[in-house]
Design a protein around this ligand. Structure first.
Ligand code: PMP
Length: 454
């Protein structure tokens, strides 16, 4: 059975209680900060996502360096979350920090370009194969900007996305399919402005006939995709899927936007470079800023020219694309240094090797205890899910979810000084993640699996 739920619920509840007690005993300083922080922030965190951790209170951080951080209770952690990719370069990478602090002392935001902007744009063009770039402060905003551009130049109203996609807090992308195949607002979507079927068509990942049907309606401006789903577990494309996507986008005049924010883990030019994909537009965010806010979006010559021809400079500041601090001098200095000196092709080779080691460690424990879970690697990123075979659609991946089981595994890891990405069973390798760091996870994961299945 591909998706057998974890059977021993009583045992899971008991194991959970043991880990909660262990957490409480080890983290009094975080508890203290939590109690103070709760007075002026909901759940004691600056953004509610940070409360979705396992355990009775959040872990408050003292200092982060490389692939590790130390919490306020003095516990060293191997960080396999890396800010859910924002710190994929490792924490405080020296080259990025030097460029950022240098630029900070020379002025950070001017509404004028610096030389770093052109250098960063040219590096992105070289990596992702499209020549014309603009900058934002987040991947979310890069996606939002491109969606507007595609509606502007095509004159069409809706976009298409994959079922169970995630592209940031972009209204149009919070759509999913219900059990009858209708487009509905995704579970948990906060305050949608309009019913989602007005803005969005949704197609299952790897489903070429569904995509053709969606495009045939004639009102789709853009197909916004991750080339592999990474936000509902990792779902890899079937052979030939991307060739079919490209062909259909061309045939129906749909702008193909590839969001590489997470799939950048596949290599120095993401999956676009690794799999020779041909998007009309590219989004990248999180990691490229070396730890500070930066996002970017690239376009082909043809698409960029169509966008530019449709815009009037007199109204450009009120058109709905851009932002006061977007493209600021510090972000651009950070991107230039991070791509040029930290997330290099050499660095990726080591990151991918580490991740192969991590994946083998997980697989070994699953084999030893005959556990019906699977693990999927995408370059420097890997994720296990609670089903026996790799999912081929987002909905298959979503149905393997087991929140209590996930919470236990996360807390078990945290109690052994290992942080894995919240909302996922995912690990990401930085250029400075070591074999010993990965081994710490391998040992702890085996112990967790043993507790559940032995
Ligand atoms: N695109 C993808 C593929 C992502 O995974 C995410 C964040 N998880 C985003 C966009 C949004 O990034 P941010 O929250 O930094 O805007």
């Amino acid at each position: 059975e591909p998706n057998a739920p974890y059977p021993h619920r009583r045992r899971l509840a008991e194991l959970w209680e043991v880990e909660v007690q262990r957490f409480r005993a080890a983290r009094p300083q975080s508890d203290l900060l939590f109690r103070q922080a709760k007075e002026h922030m909901a759940d004691g965190v600056p953004m509610l996502w940070m409360a979705k951790w396992p355990g009775p209170w959040p872990v408050y951080v003292d200092v982060a360096q490389g692939a590790h951080f130390r919490c306020v209770d003095g516990i060293d952690h191997v960080d396999l979350c890396l800010g859910d990719t924002g710190a994929m370069c490792g924490h405080a990478p020296p080259a990025s920090v030097a460029a950022i602090t240098h630029q900070l002392s020379r002025g950070s935001t001017l509404m004028l370009p610096t030389a770093d902007a052109a250098a960063a744009a040219s590096m992105l063009a070289e990596r992702f194969g499209v020549p014309s770039w603009q900058f934002a402060l987040s991947a979310t905003d890069a996606n939002r900007s491109l969606i507007r551009y595609t509606r502007q130049v095509t004159g069409r109203r809706r976009i298409a996305v994959h079922d169970y996609c995630y592209h940031g807090t972009v209204d149009e992308a919070y759509a999913t399919l219900d059990e009858n195949g209708a487009v509905v607002s995704r579970r948990g979507n906060i305050g949608p402005p309009v019913p989602l079927d007005e803005t969005t068509a949704v197609v299952p990942f790897n489903d070429i006939p569904a995509l053709e049907e969606a495009f045939a309606a004639g009102d789709i401006a853009a197909f916004l995709i991750e080339p592999a789903l990474t936000n509902i577990g990792i779902v890899l494309p079937d052979p030939g899927y991307h060739a079919a996507v490209r062909e259909l986008c061309t045939r129906f005049g749909v702008v193909l936007i590839i969001d590489e924010t997470h799939t950048f883990s596949a290599g120095p030019g993401g999956m676009i470079r690794a799999d020779a994909l041909e998007p009309d537009a590219v989004v990248i965010g999180k990691s490229i800023g070396g730890g500070i806010p930066a996002g970017a979006y690239g376009m082909t010559t043809e698409f960029a020219a169509a966008v530019r021809a449709s815009l009037d400079l007199e109204d450009i500041d009120v058109g709905g694309v851009g932002g006061t601090l977007a493209g600021n001098a510090v972000s651009l200095a950070a991107i230039r240094a991070t791509l040029g000196e930290v997330l290099t092709a050499d660095a990726f080779a080591g990151m991918i090797e580490r991740c192969t080691q991590w994946t083998a460690g997980v697989q070994a424990a699953l084999d030893e205890f005959e556990v019906p879970w699977q693990v999927t690697q995408l370059g420097a990123r890997a994720e296990y899910s609670f089903r026996a075979t790799a999912p081929t659609t987002g909905s298959e991946a979503a149905h393997a979810d087991d929140f209590e089981l996930q919470q236990y595994l996360h807390l078990h890891a945290l109690n052994r000084g290992i942080l894995i990405t919240p909302f996922h069973n995912m690990a990401l390798m930085s250029p400075v993640t070591s074999a010993a760091d990965v081994e710490r996870h391998t040992v702890a994961f085996r112990e967790a699996v043993e507790s559940l299945y032995a």
